[in-house]
Write a protein that binds this ligand. Structure first.
Ligand code: NI
Length: 172
């Protein structure tokens, strides 16, 4: 397993839509293991493959953040959102927008169909943080980011903050 570097906005690779996974092999298992390790190390509750520069339709989520909670790793390959519940406002961060905290409209509940790392299909109905995380990570697979879901004013502010940060990172 290896921790992979997480891309930060405005890296253009975050905008590349993920391709469907067709082969469920050892290489995929390795990628998923790396994604989980990268997410835990960050730390974050979710990570999508495009965030480590891999344009594939895969994300991992673990919302069990308490120290005494057992891990609850969930792997979603080729996910499809089937239903969204009533709209709510969630406050979200993103590992590709370090330090961000944005208010975003999401479905309160979600029904999703996906495959696991072995290619087995499953359906899941989720609410709470898990529902929000699924919608957030699923956006990444379409090259859609937190900044696309905020008001025009917040978008300008966030873009400037991130551009400044990126400039500082490259000059250091
Ligand atoms: Ni994100």
């Amino acid at each position: 397993m290896a921790i992979r570097p997480i891309l930060h906005y405005p890296d253009p690779r975050l905008r590349i839509p993920g391709e469907r996974v067709e082969t469920f092999d050892e290489e995929l298992a390795q990628l998923v293991a790396d994604m989980a390790e990268t997410m835990y190390a960050a730390p974050g509750v979710g990570l999508a493959a495009p965030q480590i520069g891999v344009s594939k339709r895969i994300f991992v989520i673990d919302i069990a953040t308490g120290e005494d909670q057992p891990s609850d790793l969930r792997v979603f390959v080729n996910p499809e959102i089937l239903e969204l519940g009533e709209t709510c406002v969630s406050t979200e961060g993103c590992l590709s927008f370090p330090g961000s905290s944005e208010e975003v409209k999401r479905g309160k509940t979600v029904k999703v169909r996906a495959q696991n790392e072995k290619g087995e299909f499953f359906e899941l109905e989720a609410d709470g943080l898990l529902a929000i995380a699924i919608q957030h990570e699923n956006d990444h697979l379409d090259g859609k980011l937190l900044i696309d879901r905020v008001s025009l004013l917040r978008r300008r502010i966030l873009h400037r903050q991130m551009a400044k940060r990126a400039a500082a990172e490259t000059t250091v």
